[in-house]
Ligand binder design. Sequence first.
Ligand SMILES: Cc1cc2nc3c(=O)[nH]c(=O)nc-3n(C[C@H](O)[C@H](O)[C@H](O)COP(=O)(O)O)c2cc1C
Length: 170
Amino acid sequence: MDFFEAVYKRHSYRGEFESTGVPKEDIVKILDAGIRAASGMNYQTVNFIAVMDPEKRRALHDLLPKKTTATAPVMIVVVTTEMQSPKGMSFEKEDYAAAVENVLLAVTALGYASVWIDGETHLEGRDRAMGKLLNVPEGWHVRCLLPVGVPKKQGAQAEKKPFEERVRFE
Ligand SMILES: Cc1cc2nc3c(=O)[nH]c(=O)nc-3n(C[C@H](O)[C@H](O)[C@H](O)COP(=O)(O)O)c2cc1C
């Protein structure tokens, strides 16, 4: 799929996934796109955990019960660690946002769908529970969950405000 087609087709998919899995080689491609994202000072503070094990997926679903988490053949958990530049700057959040967008575009380009579950991951201590479940080492932060699979229904990107409202040429 052409890059711009992927940009336009990427959307937050919240429905059920087909039972067909995602081949490991596609998961590798998707996560390789993630690790190739830009990162502040090239510190590469973002790591991914691809959860394929059915029991662990069920446990993630128990923490975030949704159609996507009930049916996704793979769930990507995004984790970061803080690294401070010599001038005291830290880019954890920017780094993972860049990496997640790359992952979502790769997901779309390969014909899969996903949704960036982030806000809800931080409610009621879910991030900590996910960290415990997945043996996330001390000092690493669980940021978000991306369920990935073949969508049962085609969805569309949420409407965006007009270009002219958001872009200005000087
Ligand atoms: C930082 C961030 C947090 C998000 N958290 C959630 C979430 O917890 N649950 C969810 O269903 N979608 C979440 N989303 C997806 C947004 O709701 C979605 O991107 C937005 O509504 C626009 O729709 P689109 O992705 O189809 O363009 C999040 C997106 C971002 C960037």
